[in-house]
Design a protein around this ligand. Structure first.
Ligand code: NAD
Length: 260
């Protein structure tokens, strides 16, 4: 049995991960950590809020982190320092932080999977968008999330843009000089080393969980690649896949598509 710790166990994603771990005969919930609900019990596991202390006491094989952008970088440093493999669903890490984590993972010889999206449909949406990027010169991304989401744009939209840029690093914007009469109307531009130019638009609204549309345009045609998350169960098979992969392997991985 793989001993799993869930960090952010009281949250929307973390509580779903807790149920998934409890229902999986190959996984054992060994610790649950959250800054809320401290002292409450989940199947005899007491929720704790001191991350490092709880990890040192319970010694999980792997932790799954769905917390929040403001703490994730420091949490990962704690996992690495204590040689605990981690599956990271929390979004909001910058490119520089991801590079630093890759270096740290090699130094500590501690595997980690960072996946901005664990749903197979979303991964395919990103891969299809990357493929289409070879053939279109204009593309924009619209991502839609619930209005409690703390980071914008979403980690999925950034990862999509990164995958698209590998196939086309010079998307065109408008075909004339543009003036924004309301700041931000054209969205935020994703570029790497001044290359890319993919506009990302973030919608935040009750009713959505997570959706994304990548729109490609060319003379006389529009291609829309769209994915909707209907409920959070869609992420769970990806999370379990990542746990099982990391149990057998000890690598740094960014993106679930790399282990499918
Ligand atoms: N990778 C994916 O497929 C995927 C899917 C959905 C959401 N997410 C991301 O996962 C993260 C969590 O999303 P959510 O909707 O579950 O949020 P949420 O606010 O419902 O849950 C976050 C939980 O983490 C806890 N928490 C925050 N800081 C903590 C800390 N320092 N120590 C312990 N617990 C702490 C909070 O108390 C809360 O219970 C977000 O970054 C979100 O963007 C990723």
């Amino acid at each position: 049995m793989i001993k799993v710790g869930v960090i952010g166990a009281k949250g929307k994603m973390g509580s779903q991960v807790v149920q998934t771990v409890l229902n999986d005969p190959n996984l054992e919930l060994i610790c649950a950590i959250d800054k809320f609900g401290c002292g409450e019990k989940i199947n005899n596991i007491v929720i704790q809020n001191d991350l490092e202390k709880a990890l040192q006491e319970t010694k999980p094989d792997i932790v799954v982190d769905f917390t929040q952008p403001s703490v994730i970088f420091e949490n990962i440093k704690i996992y690495q320092k204590n040689n605990i493999k981690s599956v990271i669903g929390t979004t909001g890490l910058s490119n520089e932080q991801i590079q630093e984590i890759e270096k740290l993972s090699k130094e500590t010889n501690t595997g980690i999977i960072i996946a901005p999206n664990f749903s197979i449909g979303a991964i395919l949406m990103m891969e299809f968008a990357a493929r289409a990027s070879k053939y279109f010169s204009n593309a924009e991304i619209i991502e839609y999330h619930h209005n409690q989401k703390k980071d914008a744009p979403s980690g999925t939209s950034i990862k999509t843009a990164q995958m698209m840029i590998k196939n086309n690093d010079n998307f065109k914007l408008g075909n004339c000089p543009e003036t924004e009469t309301i700041k931000g109307s054209r969205g935020g531009e994703y570029s790497e080393n001044n290359k890319g130019n993919i506009q990302i638009h973030s919608v935040r609204m009750p009713g959505f969980i997570a959706s994304q549309q990548v729109i490609f345009g060319a003379d006389g045609q529009i291609l829309k690649i769209h994915h909707d998350t209907i409920n959070r169960e869609c992420y769970m098979s990806g999370v379990v896949l990542a746990i099982n992969y990391l149990h057998k392997n000890n690598e740094f991985i960014y993106g679930l598509e790399n282990i499918l």
